[in-house]
Design a binder for this molecule. Structure first.
Ligand code: COA
Length: 144
């Protein structure tokens, strides 16, 4: 048993980088109970008109799962199919990387949820009193 009291402190990510490199793979395999090779990717999509960006989508891919971090269309450009086109491109890329599922979180009962439903996403769970203490809809679309 090592000597000395253990203290907990808030640190910058660099302070723990070596520890993560040394232990993360073993920890994931223990956590999931199989040999895990975790490769995380982040992709950014832009909808452009000429030089102008009119919409964006951020996508994270890891463990056969694609997660939409955010999709934003400029207010003056909404309801012209740009959001749907951004999602379509993200789904095609996720499919290319063999993701079986797209997932995302949206405020429950607000227009964002209606948008994702119109794009084929289903409600998977409600997280009660979540972000800003509001209910959040976890939504998904199976790709395969
Ligand atoms: C949600 C958002 C990305 C939708 O982008 P968009 O380009 O306007 O969406 P689309 O034109 O592709 O809409 C596709 C369909 O979704 C539905 N939809 C889109 N916006 C909607 C709204 N405000 N209310 C109800 N339904 C909506 C409609 O069925 C629409 O088809 P239709 O216009 O033919 O009726 C955009 O409104 C936005 O940026 N909102 C603010 C940020 C946000 O809430 N992001 C989502 C959570 S990360």
């Amino acid at each position: 048993m090592p000597d000395g009291a253990v203290e907990i402190e808030a640190v910058q990510p660099e302070r723990t980088a070596d520890f993560r490199r040394a232990h993360e793979r073993e920890a994931l395999s223990t956590e999931w109970n199989f040999r895990v090779i975790w490769h995380e990717q982040r992709h950014e999509f832009a909808a452009t008109r000429g030089e102008t960006v009119v919409g964006v989508l951020g996508l994270r891919i890891a463990a056969s799962l694609a997660h939409v971090d955010s999709v934003i269309v400029a207010p003056a450009e909404r309801r012209r199919g740009i959001g749907r086109a951004l999602l379509d491109s993200a789904e095609r890329l996720a499919n290319y990387y063999n993701c079986h599922k797209m997932t995302l979180e949206a405020p429950a009962g607000l227009p964002a949820q209606t948008f994702f439903e119109a794009c084929g996403y289903k409600l998977e769970a409600i997280l009660p009193q979540h972000t800003w203490k509001l209910d959040v809809a976890v939504m998904r679309k199976f790709l395969l």
